[in-house]
Design a protein. Structure first.
Lengths: 82, 383
């Protein structure tokens, strides 16, 4: 799966968690928490949704790596999602 | 129209989920109501048969108004009970509106086109209110029902209007609380090293879908601590505080766009941590997207608020009437901590607070409660 394909999935998942957010203006290097006012429950739902779509099991210790859009894409491409 | 929260004075009937003639069991969802807290599923508090719908969709009526008549199935000759009887003191009843003329049960009038469309869209025609001649269900009725089902969070009124009313409702309830309840406030600092270490290890064993958030530990610890200081698990009924046998912790949940709601996690103390987490996750989701049940709003016996994720180190809550206490948790921070042997170490700690009603308890009992929460969090495996 290409980085752009993963990006589309990540953004769609974020849109379901924060439907009021304008994701077209999402800064890739600023944390979701600061931009979207997400909390730990949102983050858990995000991880569960990524697990369902990408079949990737993200350990809790790796959650900080998912804090930004760039971080997410680096992590998910790094673990080789298909 | 049930009183779901202390700050609720009226509600708008959005749609009926049952029709006259339907058998009802306790806990069935009978109607969808819009309140300042959002769209709420109204549950039936008494079994029977829906005899008559009194309030039509779209009507806004005050709390205490009769929405429908439920006939008791038992042949006792007792008069029919009002549907969704208010769990708190009722307000004056509004004049009844003309009842809808429904189709007889089992003989729904549905046009062939509407029936075909209903099958395509996954809509049960029995749940749709027909607007055609004699209550016949038309294609437009099916389309509207499908649209409502697809967008549960859609607000019948403008979002800004809802926000203004939500702020007004919260303000009214909090002003009443500060005016009538003599609050006292306590705080303690809790070492979270054991709890967080145990939780990290526990989550390693769990599939991603069953992982437990730290908030669930706090909820369970509060629920169990109430068993030791049960007067904090009370609600005012008229002029008397009444202790609740069951512990229904209300969890303060921030809503997107502002405001908050604090629905109950029923029977919090008796749930396993895994079950509690699943229900907590479901509750937060429904609080933010629509679908809270009326009992979840009316049943909390104490409230827990946590603002740690916003970086706040301590929060002293305002008690939600008719409850008598609210527990607060701040952010987990690393602080110097003196161990029993005198060694100074860095430990993750959290500030736990209690705001409680001095008419029901005093600082001594409140202190015992916070000490119990602390003790329980030192043995997370037992939660």
């Amino acid at each position: 799966m290409t980085r752009d394909e993963i990006r589309a999935i990540v953004l769609r998942t974020l849109g379901e968690i924060a439907p009021e957010a304008d994701l077209s203006t999402l800064a890739p290097d600023v944390s979701f928490r600061d931009q979207l006012d997400v909390d730990s429950m949102d983050l858990l739902n995000f991880v569960i949704a990524l697990h369902a779509v990408l079949h990737v099991d993200i350990p809790e210790a790796d959650y900080p790596k998912l804090a930004t859009l760039d971080g997410c894409l680096d992590y998910l491409t790094g673990v080789g999602v298909r | 129209m049930p009183i779901l929260t202390a700050d609720m004075s009226a509600g708008t009937l959005v749609e009926w989920r049952k029709k006259p003639g339907d058998a009802l069991e306790r806990g069935d969802i009978i109607a969808l109501v819009e309140t300042d807290k959002g769209l709420i599923d109204i549950e039936v508090f008494t079994p029977g048969v829906l005899e008559k719908i009194v309030v039509q969709p779209g009507a806004t009526v005050p709390t205490g108004a009769v929405l429908a008549i439920i006939r008791d199935e038992a042949p006792t000759g007792a008069p029919p009970a009002p549907a969704a009887a208010p769990p708190l003191a009722p307000s004056p009843v509004a004049p009844a509106l003309p009842p809808v003329a429904p189709a007889p049960p089992g003989r729904l009038k549905v046009s062939p086109l509407a029936r075909k469309l209903a099958a395509e869209l996954g809509v049960d025609p029995a749940t749709v209110r027909g607007t055609g001649v004699g209550g016949a269900i038309r294609r437009e009725d099916i389309e509207q029902a499908a649209a409502r089902a697809a967008a549960p969070a859609q607000k019948p009124r403008a979002a800004l209007d809802r926000q203004a009313r939500l702020r007004q409702a919260i303000g009214a309830a909090m002003a009443r609380s500060k005016r009538e309840i003599p609050h006292y406030y306590l705080a303690t600092t809790i070492d979270m090293h054991r709890a967080m270490t145990w939780l990290a290890e526990e989550n390693l064993k769990r599939p991603v879908t069953d992982r437990v958030l730290y908030g669930a530990l706090l909820i369970k610890a509060v629920a169990l601590a109430l068993k030791e200081v049960p007067e904090l698990n009370s609600v005012w009924r008229g002029s008397e505080p009444v202790r609740s046998e069951a512990v229904h912790v209300g969890v303060a949940i921030s809503l997107r766009g502002g405001g908050l709601v604090a629905p109950a996690l029923h029977d919090t103390a008796t749930q396993s941590l895994g079950d509690l987490m699943r229900r907590f996750r479901d509750l937060v989701q429904r609080a933010r997207t629509g679908g809270l049940r009326s009992s979840e709003l009316s049943d909390p016996t104490i409230t827990l608020t946590s603002l740690g994720e916003q970086g706040v180190e301590s929060v002293f809550g305002v008690i939600f009437p008719p409850q008598v206490a609210i527990v607060g948790f701040g952010k987990i921070v690393e602080r110097p901590w003196v161990m029993p042997g005198g060694q100074l170490v860095a430990r993750p700690v959290v500030t736990a607070t209690l705001s409680a009603d001095h008419r029901v308890s005093d600082g001594h009992r409140g202190g015992l409660f916070l000490a119990a929460v602390d003790r329980l969090l030192q043995e997370p495996q037992r939660l």
